[in-house]
Design a protein around this ligand. Structure first.
Ligand code: DGI
Ligand code: FE
Ligand code: FE
Length: 202
């Protein structure tokens, strides 16, 4: 697969990632990349240039997920990444923002839409682009994910009604976080309100 990088081939990106991610995370990243390509095809975007963007965003979306705390803090300082209060209190959220920075700095990706899809893959946001919505949802449904009760219905829904499925994912995520008593990013709540209104879901 052609990859959207100014510096590396697909194989080089995979080799670099394999060293930076644990095995499960690497396999998940491949799963997101190919699920994102499939969603592009299903929604009428079959050009290789489109699929390359889906693949690149998918494979790199968690590139900052397996950093040590020291590495993470070093990159935050080096690239002057600003953190929200929620990110400071729940640092696992930082990998989305930092992933977009590292995709650019370490993997040679310059396409702003790919970087933005990586940036928003965890929380989502209101009015996502097609690529952003695809990466956000491919992350949730790719086949390596541990089985959840809603998957048999949710997975096909993404291929027929993307906005409705994004809305469902946001609802499930918010309910899950509330149950666990976790802080919820404003972007996640705004995204849910947006997709609820867009799709008329209740
Ligand atoms: O990195 P992954 O595990 O592949 O997936 P991810 O980046 O979507 O992270 C998943 C976790 O992030 C999942 O447990 C839900 C959580 N999450 C999403 N939005 C928020 C959130 N957690 C908190 N605390 N607040 C949020 O707004
Ligand atoms: Fe992630
Ligand atoms: Fe992920």
């Amino acid at each position: 697969m052609r990859v959207c990088s100014d510096k590396y081939t697909d194989r080089e990106i995979r080799e670099k990632l394999r060293k930076k991610l644990d095995t499960g995370r690497y396999e998940h990243s491949l799963g997101v990349a190919y699920t994102a390509c499939s969603l592009f095809m299903a929604h009428g975007h079959g050009e290789i240039s489109d699929l390359s963007r889906a693949y690149t965003a998918g494979i790199l979306h968690d590139c900052a997920k397996c950093l040590t705390d020291e590495e993470r803090d070093k990159y935050i300082r080096k690239y002057q990444v600003e953190l929200s209060d929620t990110e400071q209190m729940q640092p696992f959220l930082i990998h989305a923002k930092l992933g977009a920075v590292l995709a650019k700095e370490k993997y040679g990706v310059t396409d702003p839409e790919i970087l933005s899809a990586i940036r928003w893959h965890t929380t989502g946001c209101a009015g996502m682009s097609f690529l952003e919505a695809v990466i956000f949802s491919a992350d949730y449904i790719e086949p390596n994910r541990k089985m959840l009760p809603m998957y048999p219905a949710l997975r096909p829904l993404l291929f027929s009604d993307l906005d409705r499925a994004v809305c469902d994912i946001l609802r499930y995520t918010i309910a899950h976080l509330e149950e666990k008593g976790q802080l919820i990013e404003e972007h996640t709540l705004e995204a849910y309100e947006y997709y609820k209104k867009l799709t008329g879901a209740d």
